[in-house]
Design a protein around this ligand. Structure first.
Ligand code: UN1
Length: 494
């Protein structure tokens, strides 16, 4: 049985103009299909942007507390459907069910959080330098925003963009990842059921080059928010620069965990395994570099190898499974190519390094959690984002060397240190070049009410989530009201 899904444009569910489609499948067993989706192109994107443009006047004038009421309904519907959405997500992109539930929970949290902002959206008032003059700064919506989102957090990451953008009064065109259209469809349906007016959120399914690019280049799109690879993000930024529009970019990571000799090693091992192999390593916050202080190196590696070996691979719907498949065959090949590069480059593979093919695993895109030691900073496996279950371990003589190694990367999203020394912990907060630093916790697991994003090539300076999200999705307007009845010139001009 196959089900055919459609784009959501101006409140209608419509086919791609070309009639072309693509199919979404389950990475644990690719013969299982989750539906057929429109393969959209420029003409579909243009229709969606027109719908967003038409909806803007009414939506941006709707009082924010009223917009927020819809967000509260979205939150409640997400809660009701949490289990169903999580199961669809697991079937569509492979993450284990518990993690898929967490993914939906992030959207629930964000919906409540941003709904609350409907009654704040705070600006500020400030005194004027002149008498009988009032000054204040308010937030205004930006306009029509294009959203391009990845498959690894198919509900959470879109929710970080859609919910603040909506409460702020923008209208949206969303191009979800081609690997997770079904999950995106189910999420979009919730906005429809919650009573979002037609055209406020539009969804166009398809591929980056065919549907994403025309969205970025459309003259009526006032901002792009993109989460994905640094390579694609750079292209998005460059194209959008010609239009001088705002671009929010959330991209790669090569996130380090440092373990010092005074650390609680049991805790560290548990956190490393969760950060490196949770979501099969397919998080932009995943730990892919482990930097271990020499005195505990051997002990830590031994325990880490043991814990990694014990991980169970399989279909994420099975509650005993800890590591699901990679999302598709392209990723599987990519991860394996990196493993080969590591071996050729002289790193020592102590675990994994191959596709898992035992029994039922053979049909899916399963890859064994992989541990490399003897890694050096010049190696590509140390430098490039692999986005799979591959962890590189290096040894550090002392804290300073550990920090140097941690910062020896073009990325800067998440980072962590395990130590019981408060001085080192506090120093690491200052020294680690990253948007996020964890003390005695792995690199994954950000909460939605704090700013999320990174430095260096991870982004272009913006942050999503937290109150920072409102700065992304609003323009500041400064207002001056002169009630002196005469022309008063600022800066003391006579
Ligand atoms: C991502 O991988 O794109 O902090 C986002 C975390 C999650 C979000 C990750 N809450 O790992």
């Amino acid at each position: 049985m196959e089900t055919r899904y459609r784009n959501w444009i101006g409140g209608e569910w419509v086919e791609a103009r070309s009639g072309e489609t693509f199919v979404s499948t389950n990475p644990a067993r690719p013969a299982e299909e989750l539906g057929e989706f429109p393969r959209s192109r420029g003409e579909d994107v243009r229709a969606a942007v027109d719908a967003a443009a038409q909806a803007f006047a009414a939506w941006s004038r709707t009082p924010a507390p009223k917009r927020a009421e819809i967000l509260y309904r979205v939150a409640r519907l997400l809660e009701e459907r949490k289990e169903e959405l999580a199961r669809t997500m697991t079937r569509e992109m492979g993450k284990v069910l518990n993690e898929a539930r967490g993914d939906v929970q992030e959207a629930i949290d964000m919906a409540y959080y941003m709904a609350g902002e409907g009654r704040r959206l705070l600006g500020y008032t400030t005194p004027s330098e002149l008498p009988s003059k009032a000054c204040f700064a308010i937030r205004r919506p930006i306009g029509r925003i294009g959203l391009i989102t990845p498959w690894n957090f198919p509900i959470a990451v879109p929710s970080w963009k859609i919910l603040p953008a909506l409460v702020a009064g923008n209208t949206l065109v969303w191009k979800p990842a081609e690997d997770t259209p079904r999950t995106a469809y189910e999420f979009a349906r919730i906005f429809e059921e919650a009573g979002l007016p037609p055209g406020v959120l539009n969804v166009v399914f398809g591929y980056g080059e065919e549907a994403g690019r025309p969205l970025v280049e459309h003259p009526q799109i006032d901002m792009i928010s993109f989460t994905g690879s640094t390579e694609v993000g750079r292209d998005v930024y460059t194209r959008a620069a010609r239009k001088l529009i705002r671009v929010h970019l959330e991209m790669g990571g090569k996130n380090p965990i440092i373990v010092m000799d005074d650390a609680d090693l049991d805790l560290a091992v548990e956190a490393i395994v969760w950060s490196a192999f949770g979501t099969t390593g397919q998080r932009c916050t995943a730990c892919s570099r482990l930097i271990v202080h020499e005195p505990v190196y051997d002990r830590l590696i031994e325990r880490l190898a043991e814990a990694t070996q014990a991980l169970r691979l399989g279909d994420g719907l099975d509650p005993d499974v800890q590591v699901g498949p990679l999302v598709n065959e392209v990723q599987l090949d990519r991860v394996h190519r990196y493993v080969e590069l590591g071996i050729r480059g002289g790193a020592t593979k102590i675990l994994g390094g191959e596709r898992a093919t035992e029994g039922d695993l053979a049909q899916g895109y399963f890859y064994k959690p992989t541990l490399f030691v003897d890694v050096t900073p010049e190696m590509r496996i140390f430098r490039e984002e692999i986005f799979g279950p591959v962890l590189c371990v290096v040894k550090a003589r002392d804290y300073d060397e550990a920090i140097r190694l941690a910062n020896d990367t073009t990325y800067g999203l998440s980072s962590a240190i395990f130590t019981r020394d408060i001085h080192l912990a506090m120093r690491a907060i200052e020294d680690l070049e990253a948007g996020i630093t964890y003390i005695n916790h792995g690199t994954i697991g950000a909460e939605i009410h704090l700013p999320f994003g990174g430095v260096k090539d991870t982004g272009n300076g913006g942050r999503e989530a937290g109150l920072a999200a409102l700065d992304e999705y609003t323009e500041w307007k400064s207002v001056y009201i002169d009630y002196s009845g005469r022309l008063q010139k600022a800066q003391g001009i006579e």
